[in-house]
Design a protein. Structure first.
Length: 271
């Protein structure tokens, strides 16, 4: 008799677990964050470390091949991160004749990320652009990019060290970033400057209409953009550095992750 009762309990637990999994999948019991490309779950881990908890789900959008699935996920999103990566196609901001000065171009990714950005802006979904994500956010909203910092600005090794590429090493560097006061970014990080992890050769040139510069580097290269009117959207921020690759104790990393997650959770509760 005891064996029968025990078996029934085990079966009940299994059914209960499967039912809970179905609820989590269908009814979205935790906030959903879409990351444009992140096969190693780097941003997922960063957000978890920043907040000290993991009550959210991240989806790597680059792995989603169906357009219908992309559209469905956009409607369910509580937050979006546009990650770092390849150069943005210069044809998207009127410099198609300078394609030969760019690195790798990925038209599929450009299209996917612009779709994500446009949806997030229109539907007030919290949006964070990192490095390339910061750049394509600016481009999508009508701005342009500097094609190559070393030749166009002259800061040869400030933003990445290309000499290391010949040795097959990471070209990333740390450099100082200066934050403007009375900006959304300053209200998050609460510091005037800080050390940031950087690895890029392109940057924001003409700032998109409706946006403003909130941080810059020593050579005046734009390091962050945000809407001029921050009251019209819960969270839109582009940062040129990589907060997800930094110690979350650094105010240019953990504070951004926590603020983003707070807004994601608010969106989840309202939705």
């Amino acid at each position: 008799m005891k064996k029968i009762v025990f078996s029934i309990l085990i079966i009940s637990l299994i059914v209960s677990c499967k039912h809970q999994q179905r609820i989590n999948s269908d009814n979205k019991s935790v906030p959903l964050i879409l990351v444009s490309k992140d096969s190693k779950q780097t941003h997922d881990k960063w957000l978890s470390n920043s907040a000290g908890s993991h009550n959210f789900k991240c989806v790597n959008m680059y792995a989603v091949k169906s357009k219908d699935s992309v559209k469905l996920l956009l409607k369910k999103a509580d937050g979006m991160i546009i990650a770092g990566g390849e150069d943005v196609n210069p044809a998207l901001y009127g410099k198609q004749n300078e394609l030969d000065r760019c690195g790798t171009i990925n038209p599929h990714r450009d299209s996917l990320e612009q779709m994500m950005i446009q949806y997030a802006v229109k539907n007030k979904v919290p949006l964070l652009g990192i490095c390339r994500g910061h750049q394509i956010l600016n481009v999508t909203e009508g701005g342009s990019l500097i094609i190559d910092i070393p030749t166009d600005v002259g800061s040869k090794y400030l933003h990445r060290d290309s000499r290391k590429a010949k040795e097959h090493k990471s070209t990333a560097v740390y450099h100082e970033v200066y934050i403007k006061r009375k900006t959304f970014l300053y209200n998050i990080v609460k510091v005037d400057s800080g050390s940031a992890y950087s690895n890029h050769h392109q940057a924001v040139d003409k700032v998109a209409p409706g946006f403003k510069i909130s941080a810059y580097a020593k050579d005046k290269v734009v390091e962050s953009v945000e809407p001029i009117d921050t009251l019209i959207h819960p969270f839109i921020l582009g940062v040129q550095w990589h907060p997800e690759a930094m110690d979350t104790k650094n105010p240019l990393s953990g504070t951004i992750g926590r603020k983003f997650l707070n807004k994601v959770r608010q969106h989840f509760m309202i939705d």
